[in-house]
Write a protein that binds this ligand. Structure first.
Ligand SMILES: *Cc1c(COP(=O)(O)O)cnc(C)c1O
Length: 537
């Protein structure tokens, strides 16, 4: 008899204990709601949907342990206990590899011994890593909790701009390269007068056989190394404040970045003495890809791979709403006395102190960063849970399942599937029709998918990335994609089946999908969140 792992179907990894019944909404009702929300996906009432793939951000179903941890939340203004738990969880996850201390267990198990609590949690004095402890965090702040990833980005890029202006005088040009800027990252950089530059690896949209997804992965999220180095030489290292690497690469169809590429980017960053930051939103999914597909890492634990990945980073910004970690949270973490601190501290001011002052003004005291103490506890549990291999393979496996079924039915999905989402290549989708890139066919597709089937997806292409407002060179950095981001632990096989059936039906009728006009706000930044639209039937 076959073992459970040999049956050829995934072994279930969890059961549901709470459910949310869905409303029965008619086509006419959805049409009315679409009209009255200007056909903008972000503005459509979620309660009227059947399935919501708009984002995996914060949409996770939390685990029973996470819900239990909420009760341990401490809402104190100064140094709530969750603050210590979260900071130590960050050290455990990004620095300690296979030797996590799991100080969180002291709180969850109700430890009463005061000496133990002080020695292992409240008065630890770590330094030299991403999270200083005790007095070191006071004199050299380097860990900043924020409500979301974009708040951490805002904190970082506004500070970079401020320091550069003080050092070099105002109004100078700067560039930040990335293997793929996320929309908020690019927008936060641009809002501070710095130009975000994408350095996708060539061949992102090259075909890949879906049958091979369980056996091979080309790490299409990698950064284009040649482009990076020639760009630094062209612009001058002094005009590139940091290099960014997004793991996994959300803008490039959620594709993973290999450790080989991380090391090589680190090598270039060191050579030119430019700090290297990670956009670490899906670090655990990225580590799972490395374990499964990169030579030499098969036997390594997820924790030790994460440790190695981050040993090459000088700092990272992170959305803690991703990777299924939690419903809310983010942060900015910077290597103590590292390249960034040296480059951006002035004679009179440590850059960490500058960051902390902004954090306090914008998000509250540094020990909660605009999060509730409850959420901080759930978050800390989530970070410990996300490095679990069984969970990660289940998560990535579900994404792969959706991609495989769509691909098998002929829908042009980007292959192999990334970690959190499935992306449809809209250029190929509309091949043979009269849809042109400036017609926003991807948006038309999302409108029809919602109108007919109550499924919400998100265009991340010429509409979201403002193709019509860009020059020739910038247009090269825009892929024409529609994203289905899968909320963690929320959907099962029947949801996937329904999605595949709906998308395949629309694909068959693709010549009937409407072109879309922007009726309001074409010049707005991050316009996919706010613009008014109209399909032309
Ligand atoms: C979501 C995301 C962000 C921004 O994080 P928020 O918590 O949504 O503000 C930044 N980078 C990437 C790659 C993301 O996926």
């Amino acid at each position: 008899m076959k073992t459970m792992n040999e049956l050829g179907v995934p072994v279930p990894t969890h059961r549901a204990h709470v459910i949310r019944p869905l409303k029965e909404v008619s086509l006419e009702q959805r049409e009315r709601a679409l009209r009255e929300t200007e056909y903008n996906m972000f503005s459509f009432p979620a309660d009227l949907l059947v399935l919501d793939y708009l984002s995996d951000s914060g949409t996770t179903a939390m685990s029973d342990l996470q819900w239990a941890a909420l009760f341990h939340g401490d809402e104190s203004y100064g140094r709530n206990k969750g603050y210590y738990v979260l900071l130590d969880t960050i050290r455990d996850t990004f620095e300690r590899g296979d030797q996590p201390r799991e100080a969180i267990k002291l709180i969850l198990s109700g430890e009463k011994d005061v000496e133990t609590l002080m020695d292992k949690l409240y008065l630890t004095a770590d330094e030299g890593g991403f999270v200083n402890g005790g007095q070191h965090q006071l004199s050299r702040p380097n860990a900043f909790i924020t409500p979301q990833g974009r708040a951490a980005e805002h904190l970082l890029f506004s500070t970079i701009r401020e320091v550069l202006d003080e050092m070099n005088g105002p109004g100078k040009e700067y560039w930040i390269p990335n293997n793929g800027h996320f929309d908020t990252t690019g927008a936060n950089i641009a809002a501070n007068g710095i130009e975000p530059v994408n350095m996708f690896q060539p061949g992102v949209l090259d075909p890949f056989p879906y049958e091979k997804m369980d056996r091979e992965n080309p790490f299409k999220g990698d950064m284009d190394l040649e482009k990076l180095e020639s760009f630094i030489v062209e612009k001058g290292r002094e005009n590139i404040p940091v290099i960014y690497l997004t793991v996994t690469n959300n803008t490039v169809a959620g594709q993973p970045v290999s450790l080989a590429n991380i090391k090589a980017v680190h090598g270039i960053a060191k050579k030119y003495r430019i700090p290297l930051f990670f956009d670490a939103c899906r670090f655990a999914e990225n580590a799972a890809f490395i374990k499964q597909f990169e030579k030499g890492y098969e036997k390594r634990s997820i924790r030790s791979i994460v440790q190695e990945m981050f040993s090459y980073a000088d700092g990272f910004s992170i959305s803690l709403k991703k990777d299924g970690l939690s419903n809310i949270g983010g942060g900015l973490f910077i290597r103590d006395r590292g390249d960034f601190v040296q480059r951006f501290s002035t004679k009179n001011e440590d850059v960490g102190v500058r960051l902390k002052e902004k954090q306090i003004v914008w998000f509250g005291n540094d020990s909660y960063g605009a999060l509730s103490g409850r959420d901080i506890m759930a978050l800390a549990v989530g970070i410990h849970e996300v490095v679990d291999e069984t969970y990660l393979y289940g998560r990535i496996g579900q994404t792969r399942l959706l991609a495989r079924e769509l691909a098998a039915a002929g829908v042009p999905v980007v292959l192999p599937a990334g970690g959190h989402a499935v992306y449809i290549d809209m250029d190929r989708f509309f091949e043979g029709t009269d849809m042109r890139i400036g017609d926003f066919g991807g948006v038309g597709f999302t409108i029809e998918l919602l109108r007919h089937y109550g499924i919400r997806a998100c265009e991340l292409g010429p509409f979201a990335f403002e193709w019509d407002q860009r020059n020739e060179e910038q247009r090269k950095g825009i892929l024409n994609l529609v994203r289905f981001a899968i909320p963690r632990n929320a959907y099962s096989r029947e949801h996937i089946d329904y999605t595949v059936a709906a998308v395949v039906e629309l694909y068959k009728n693709r010549h009937k999908i409407p072109k879309v006009k922007i009726t309001r706000g074409a010049e707005l930044r991050l316009r996919h969140f706010q613009t008014g639209l109209k399909p032309v039937y």
